[in-house]
Every structure is written in C-alpha cells, then in structure tokens.
Ligand binder design. Structure first.
Ligand SMILES: *Cc1c(COP(=O)(O)O)cnc(C)c1O
Length: 467
C-alpha cells in the first residue's frame, strides 16, 4: 500500500480549532446522548464525518465573492451572475434558485406529480423518495445488478435499463411521471453513473416520451469518474463531459450543498417554459421571488464561484483520491469496506466485521459508537437502525440488506493526517472488536427513527473497546 496520498492542492488561510475531549468525557457525553450520535453537539466531536452536505470549506475567492452579494429583492446582479453560470455549465434555458435540494424536489413534485404515478430512479435519495411519497407518487428504484456485487467494478451507480424499459412497457408510459438519474448514486455509496448509461436511459425516456431529470448533487464528481474510467472520455475536460451529460436530460434538481461547494443552496434548471412558469408561481409562495428563491444574494455569489471550483480537475483528482486513500487505510486496518470507494464517503461493512452481533442489535451502531469513543470521530450507521423496523405491510420485523457505517468526507476540510489518525483508531477498534456488543432501541419516533431514537447498550462494560 502507498505510504501517503499526494499533498493537498491548496494551502490554509483561515483555521478553525478542533478539540479532542478526554476519553472519559466522550463516554459521559455519549451516554447522555443515549448512544445516538445525532444527539451529540458539534463541540463534542473531533473529526466530523457525519455528512459531506453543506460542510465544505469555502475558498478565498468564494469569501471575496460574498462581499459582492447584491441583496436587491428583485433582479439582483448576484442572481444574473448565478443564472449565467448555471446556464453555461448545464446548458438549460431556465434557472430557479432555491434554498436546498429537497426544496427543489418539493417544487417539482408538487407541480408535476399526480397521485398514483410512478417516479423511476436508479436509486432515490431519501428526501427524493420522501417528497415523492408526500405528493402521492410511487418511487421505484432500478439500480444495476452490479450495485450489490462485492467486486470493485466501475459505475455501480448505473440504472438497470433493461428492467426500466420493461417496467415502462408493462405499466404504460402515461403512468410514469418522471425518470430521475441520481448522479452520483448516493444511496448505493456515492457510486458513479457512466455516460453510456445516461445515454441509454435518455433514449428510453425519449422513446416513451417521459421527462428525464437529473438529481445532480455530485455532478462534478460523477464527471470525474467518467473521465477516469470511461475510455472515450479520457481526453475530455470536466466541463465538456458535464455539457454532454446534461444534453441528455430535460432538466435537473441540485442540492448545491455538495458540488456547489457552498454551505447552503440549490436550484432547478430546465428547458420547458410552461413548467418553468408553473414552478416559479409556487416558488414565490414557498421560497421567495424568482431572483433569490430563499437564498441571500451573497449565497448566489458563493455558488457561482463554487460550481466552477468543483469542476477543477486538480481539485477533483485530489478529492476522489483522498476518499480512495482513506478507504485503503481503513481496509488495511482490518475493517471490510464497500469497493470501489465512491465519490464522497467510505462505507464500512460492520456486518462482516462484527458477525456475532445480529442485525437486530445494530452492528453498524456498535462500530459508530466505537469510532466516537476510540477517536472522537463521528460517522453514521447505514443499516437496520436507519432502514429496519416493523414493516407496515407485513407487520414483521424488517432489516436492511447490509449493516454499514458511513464516513462522509467534507470537501477541502480535513487533511491527510486527519485520515491517518482515524485509521489508527480503526486499528485499535479491530484489535478489540470481540469485546463489542450490540444495542437495543428504548424509544423511537414513527418516521426516520435513526435521527432521534434513544438506545441502550446491551452490555455497558463492553461497549467501549479499550486496548
Ligand atoms: C443531499 C441530497 C439531496 C437533498 O438535498 P438537501 O440539500 O440536503 O436538501 C437530494 N439528492 C441527493 C442525491 C443528495 O445527495
């Protein structure tokens, strides 16, 4: 294994101190939080890998752009700049700003979705699924078969085009409100989608006359994978690849908290003029006037710069490699991971690491707790705590297909030595893994239980690896 990753392609101009609390204090705080890491405060955490959303570091150019924010209610110059940027990058006629990804989804589904109609996706992100259900739609996933494989194949985020086409034929295209491609495919591990697959999906949608949209939070990371791993694109720039990707869809919704390199923001971009007018009517009701859409002028300035910076080849090359490097280190420490690593996170397979802890006792949570106690690191369980529970249809207990733990990497925030530090904590956890025990839920809400539930350690003494 390589000794170190190439050095960061930036230097640090402003620092934010972080502090590792003493181990005993971490234990106290975690007990107080009933072993739910969402209930810890930011100040309790040393390295926070809970999410890559809205947690990136802005560049000096973005901080400078902030001061140019035009806070004019209607027709602000900051909006004109933002509109021009989005049109240039994505090639669509209309640009609707909104405050984050889920508000874009809500606007789109409220406007176009009729009850009982299907929304088909390579894999719905949870808010996309939630917003579809909320409007009476039926969200269905068509991940490619390789998504479940243990082999490190490229483009595991792809759509299963055969099943997609069969489904549309069987149900009739008038039953399908929209096909969405999530790039990268967040829910299967930030895995990318190939250009070939985008084109094939687009052709199916055109054939059946169904609107085809992107959920494109990580479009630049996806474009990088296409350049790196798809033979015809090695010599194309990220901008050219992005243009080609978006020439295949009718529009897109974006959470700009990811590849917008901003702490807040989102947008819809599309060609359909009639739909644009319907969307902006609703936008004015729920988000704001069409030239700010729930954002401040300064946010729009920051996004105009961030969208371009996210497409910088050196930045992307470093970022995707940093995720890979971190994954290699965690694997070398003895924790099985999902391979290949995707664009924004490393997924640890807690089910494989801790086979003696049954899914109903949440091995992913045991590993999450161990990382906090051992290193002050916050990760998140992506297993039966998040996806399991009593199935509303069968009344039986359901479990997630895999017991995972996700460590998401904020953009431009942590240096390589932070990841080396986490890998050392991983080694200690692996050395003491036989001592780890499971958890039991003692209180849970009806929806999205992982955010707020309380847990009890099945054996207090053995929760904490101590080597
Ligand atoms: C984050 C995300 C969203 C939701 O965006 P928010 O900005 O968190 O509201 C939607 N889709 C995908 C793929 C995402 O990663």
């Amino acid at each position: 294994m390589r000794k170190r990753q190439p050095a960061e392609p930036y230097r640090i101009k402003s620092v934010e101190p972080i502090k590792l609390l003493p181990r005993e204090e971490r234990v106290v705080r975690l007990r107080r939080a009933n072993y739910n890491i969402f209930k810890l405060d930011g100040a309790d955490i040393y390295i926070d890998l809970l999410t890559d959303s809205g947690t990136g570091a802005m560049s000096s150019r973005q901080w400078a752009a902030l001061m140019l924010g035009d806070e004019t209610y209607a027709g602000a110059s900051s909006f004109r700049k933002f509109e021009k940027t989005v049109r240039e990058i994505f090639g669509k006629r209309f640009v609707i700003p909104c405050h984050q990804g889920r508000s874009a989804e809500n606007l789109v589904f409220t406007t176009i979705l009729e009850k009982g109609k299907f929304v088909l996706n390579n894999t719905h992100f949870d808010t996309t699924k939630g917003n579809t259900l909320h409007k009476g739609g039926i969200p269905l996933d068509f991940p490619c078969p390789e998504a479940d494989s243990d082999d490190p194949l490229p483009f595991k985020g792809n759509m299963d085009c055969i099943r997609l086409d069969e489904f549309i034929h069987a149900r009739g295209s008038e039953q399908v409100a929209m096909v969405i491609m999530t790039i990268t495919n967040n829910s299967v591990g930030g895995q990318p989608v190939s250009m070939a697959n985008i084109k094939e999906t687009s052709a199916i949608c055109r054939k059946h006359n169904i609107p085809f949209y992107f959920d494109c939070a990580r479009f630049a990371e996806n474009a990088f994978f296409i350049k790196r791993d798809e033979a015809a694109y090695h010599d194309k720039s990220i901008a050219e690849i992005t243009t080609e990707m978006f020439s295949c869809c009718d529009g897109a919704m974006m959470s700009a908290k990811k590849d917008g390199l901003a702490n807040i923001g989102g947008f819809i971009t599309l060609d359909d003029e009639e739909l644009y007018h319907r969307l902006t009517e609703l936008l004015i009701l729920v988000e704001g006037f069409p030239t700010y859409g729930g954002l401040a002028g300064r946010d729009l300035e920051v996004l105009s710069v961030g969208l371009h910076e996210a497409m910088d080849y050196d930045y992307l090359d470093f970022r995707i490699d940093q995720v890979k490097y971190f994954g290699e280190k965690i694997k070398a420490a003895g924790i099985p991971i999902v391979e290949p690593t995707g664009g924004h996170a490393v997924f640890c397979d807690a089910g494989k690491l801790l086979p003696r802890i049954p899914p109903g006792q949440f091995p992913g949570q045991s590993l999450t707790v161990a990382f906090y106690i051992e290193g002050g690191v916050r990760a998140t369980e992506i297993g039966s705590l998040m996806f399991g529970g009593i199935d509303s249809e069968t009344g039986k207990m359901a479990y997630a297909p895999r017991e995972l733990m996700r460590m998401a990497l904020p953009r431009r925030v942590y240096t390589n030595s932070h990841f080396d530090y986490i890998a050392e904590a991983a080694e200690k956890i692996v050395a003491g893994k036989d001592k780890l025990r499971g958890f039991e839920i003692i209180r849970e809400p009806v929806f999205l239980r992982h955010f707020t539930c309380d847990l009890k350690a099945l054996n207090e003494e053995t929760v904490f690896v101590d080597t």
